[in-house]
Ligand binder design. Structure first.
Ligand code: HEM
Length: 544
């Protein structure tokens, strides 16, 4: 029996406990005093606890009320109207759409299905994803608001935190605010004019790539070759040591690293679509692959630290200018090895293959558009010196149009997400015609879709689905064209990527006079780290 019920029996005048045992009177007095004090103390404590609970509930309710009033006032003052809603069967969690998305991903129809939803529901519509509201929008003015005008109100850290934990920690791609600024400042010097204009580093790798391509028109899949070329150049630039993936005999450590990266790249799309719920995915292979990648990077971090210390010691004796290596430059700015590992991974992830994927898309199209190939080749041959320079590449107007048009139809990062960090208004998407502003409350996910926006007929004309470089002679798009995104988080390597791809295409044009399609199939999507052709790039090339 508990003390409280004993006390109750005693105070009722019964000098025995509930189980019938008589107690010593002195003990009872002590017990009574203690119980009286204790119950008073307990009742104060309970009152305080209840008070705190009321306070918390009060704060919560008044905050909700204030938010609601702000919402109502915004709706009244700014004319906000709700956006169209996706007709969910599961209106609470939205699992029906998530299942459909998963199915379309497996059938390589994710992009066309997502485009169809915009055609059916308009440029902005609301869905539910695991119970969270999501605004899907391809409205240029909305994207300008999210990525630029109201930049601080939209972040990505809460969405990417879980996914990042296992593999890449904190860095430029997974953080917001001060940490993101620190990360961007750390790598910005890499992408200065001098680095962008320097093709020396790529030359040996592009020579090797060109040697691997048959010159007699026999079938070759360019996709894996371009991927390995990009990997070789990016590792040289980032770590100061190329993985030499274009060579047949690679060391075991490199082989394992490449396999691990292959797995992570192939599965990152799935992890990304799970958003907050990535922790539900117990993918042991992913965890193993992450460890392999980390230990490979750590070896380079150690090397960069050692080199930095050595250079510090030999400061006065050093006369030779050093080759620029991103990791070495970063090691000058921090002593934190884990920070270095994370920061370099955050550049490696978007940088290791994107130029290869972009080049694959360009050659996929050129093999099917013989007139474009001829015109481009004419421009290259008549403009460029034998060893093309940065200035040569910059002057190629038609090349720029071809690249722009490839980015428009085959954006590498076709979808993007942000989460609303503070209640905001987006200018368009509300009401039956989608022309009213919409109120976005904190926690809402904003999902943009470049595939659908870059093919929107109202924005790009009736021939929006056709590959037509000439449209760039007078097109000056702003927020309806975002292959590198826009605003403060625009791709930091945009100019580097453009000059590198320009250089590789120019070298191809100089070496080969004809390209022929050896596939015959239309483009099919493969959603990996970036969007690419599922069937590769099967072509035949004939030497000039
Ligand atoms: C052909 C090429 C490329 C395309 C189309 C591209 C596109 C993009 C896009 C759309 C973003 C914004 C991502 C977001 O908002 O979540 C981005 C960010 C970024 N890209 Fe690129 N990229 C390319 C090449 C590269 C290369 C070669 C590197 C590195 C060597 C690189 C490094 C980065 C980094 C570090 C960011 C994060 C910027 C930030 O959040 O402040 N990219 N890129």
């Amino acid at each position: 029996m508990c003390i409280a019920s004993e006390t109750l029996l005693y105070t009722k005048g019964k000098n025995y406990t509930g189980d019938g045992q008589v107690r010593n009177c002195r003990d009872w007095n002590v017990l009574r005093d203690w119980a009286t004090d204790h119950s008073a103390y307990m009742s104060h404590l309970t009152e305080a606890f209840v008070g705190v609970c009321y306070l918390i509930v009060g704060i919560y309710v008044s905050r909700r009320l204030l938010a609601h009033c702000a919402h109502v006032a915004a709706i009244r003052n700014q004319g906000c109207l709700p956006p169209r809603r996706y007709p969910h069967k599961d209106r609470v969690l939205g699992l029906d759409l998530l299942f459909d998305i998963n199915k379309s991903l497996r059938a390589s129809k994710f992009l066309s299905e997502s485009q169809r939803r915009f055609l059916d529901l308009g440029r902005t519509y609301q869905t539910t994803s695991f119970g969270t509201a999501a605004i899907n929008t391809i409205e240029p003015k909305n994207l300008q608001m999210v990525y630029s005008l109201a930049f601080d109100n939209f972040g990505m850290e809460p969405l990417r935190r879980n996914m990042a934990k296992q593999l890449w920690g904190r860095g430029i791609l997974s953080t917001d605010g001060a940490f993101w600024q620190h990360s961007r400042a750390l790598i910005r010097p890499t992408f200065n004019r001098h680095q962008i204009a320097n093709f020396d580093l790529m030359r040996v790798h592009i020579d090797r790539l060109l040697e691997r391509i048959p010159q007699d028109g026999s079938l070759v899949d360019l996709a894996p070759l371009l991927k390995h070329y990009a990997l070789d150049t990016s590792t040289e630039f980032l770590f100061g040591e190329s993985v030499m993936s274009q060579l047949d005999n690679r060391p075991d450590e490199v082989e394992q690293f490449l396999k691990a990266f292959e797995y992570v790249s192939a599965n990152i799309g799935r992890h990304r679509h799970m958003g907050f719920f990535t922790f539900l995915s117990r993918d042991k292979k992913w965890i193993e692959a992450s460890k392999t990648i980390q230990s490979y990077i750590d070896r380079h971090v150690e090397k960069a630290m050692g080199l930095r210390n050595l250079r510090d010691e030999m400061k006065d004796e050093q006369t030779q200018p050093q080759r620029y290596v991103l990791l070495d430059e970063m090691a000058k700015l921090t002593d934190d090895k884990l920070d270095l590992r994370h920061q370099i991974l955050h550049v490696f992830l978007p940088g290791h293959e994107s130029t290869g994927v972009l080049l694959s898309a360009v050659f996929f199209v050129l093999a099917r558009e013989s007139d474009v190939w001829k015109q481009l080749r004419h421009e290259v041959i008549s403009t460029c010196s034998e060893e093309p320079t940065y200035e040569d590449i910059k002057s190629l107007r038609y090349l720029r149009w071809v690249l722009n048009e490839t980015f428009r139809l085959y954006p590498l990062f076709a979808t993007n997400t942000r989460i609303c960090l503070d209640d905001t208004i987006l200018p368009l998407g509300g009401g039956p015609n989608g022309q009213s502003p919409i109120y976005i409350s904190k926690g809402t996910v904003i999902a943009s879709n470049l595939w659908a926006m870059h093919r929107d007929r109202e924005l790009w004309g009736e021939d929006a689905e056709n590959f037509k470089p000439e449209r760039w002679s007078d097109a000056k798009p702003t927020w309806e064209y975002l292959p590198f995104n826009g605003g403060p988080r625009i791709c930091i390597a945009q100019q580097l990527a453009l000059s590198e791809t320009g250089y590789v295409i120019t070298r191809f044009m100089q070496k080969f006079s004809v390209i022929e399609d050896r596939d015959g199939e239309p483009w099919q999507e493969c959603m990996s780290l970036s969007v690419r052709s599922k069937n590769g790039v099967k072509v035949g090339l004939i030497a000039a």
